[in-house]
Design a protein around this ligand. Structure first.
Ligand code: ZN
Length: 222
């Protein structure tokens, strides 16, 4: 039961505001989610930079060629330094994203990077579905290669556009992790102790009295 505003601690006589002021904001250790968000942001920034460099210095006659044609004949286009990186990025980001999209929409367990979302975790699955829907709407291309109207995947994209789309897909892979971690962070923050006054019962006392967080923990220790 929360006491009314202005109520003072029965022991030290301070209001909740005074207690909070005297303690200041408690030093909070970074949580697991805090650390992982920093890690994912860092990976995203690094990938973005690498992927942006792919298109740099590519002659226009290549830029206007079909993305799928070039990627389907890698040995013919050895002069393009990034071919191997692009193939790797498709395996690392595009293939998993297609799976993430399918599993999340079907209500199945989803794995995103190092994060596992259980089938019954509708809240996190909804986050994924919403992000992926918005991404598909923005790009006008469904992630699922199995159904949905054309254009699919990289169909019809010129090299320059395909490289940009691939970059967006890779970034999306990290954004999904970031959104899930932000929810973890929110939930972890809610578990942190708050300072204030609540009604508490002391062993030898017949009724509950208003006690501030500090006095309550002191008395409990007696
Ligand atoms: Zn007190």
């Amino acid at each position: 039961m929360a006491p009314k505003d202005g109520i003072r601690c029965w022991v030290c006589g301070r209001t909740a505001e005074e207690v909070e002021r005297s303690i200041g904001s408690p030093a909070v250790e970074p949580t697991e989610a805090d650390k992982n968000i920093i890690k994912v942001n860092d990976q995203r920034a690094r990938f973005y930079k690498v992927a942006t460099d792919w298109g740099e210095g590519v002659p226009d006659q290549f830029k206007n060629m079909d993305f799928n044609f070039i990627m389907g004949n890698p040995s013919q286009f050895k002069s393009l330094r990034f071919i191997d990186d692009v193939e790797q990025a498709q395996k690392t980001y595009v293939e998993p994203l297609v799976g993430i999209s399918a599993h999340a929409k079907k209500g199945e367990e989803v794995v995103v990077g190092e994060i596992k979302v259980k089938a019954d975790d509708a809240k996190r699955r909804d986050i994924l579905v919403r992000q992926l829907d918005e991404f598909e709407k923005r790009s006008g291309r469904p992630l699922s290669m199995l159904d949905g109207p054309k254009p699919r995947g990289f169909d019809g994209l010129k090299l320059a556009d395909g490289l940009r789309y691939l970059r967006d897909l890779g970034v999306m892979y990290f954004v999904l992790q970031q959104k899930l971690l932000e929810l973890d962070q929110e939930e972890e923050k809610k578990k942190l102790p708050t300072f204030g006054i609540s009604m508490a019962k002391i062993k030898t006392f017949p009724r509950a009295v208003p006690l501030c967080t500090v006095c309550e923990s002191l008395i409990k220790g007696l």
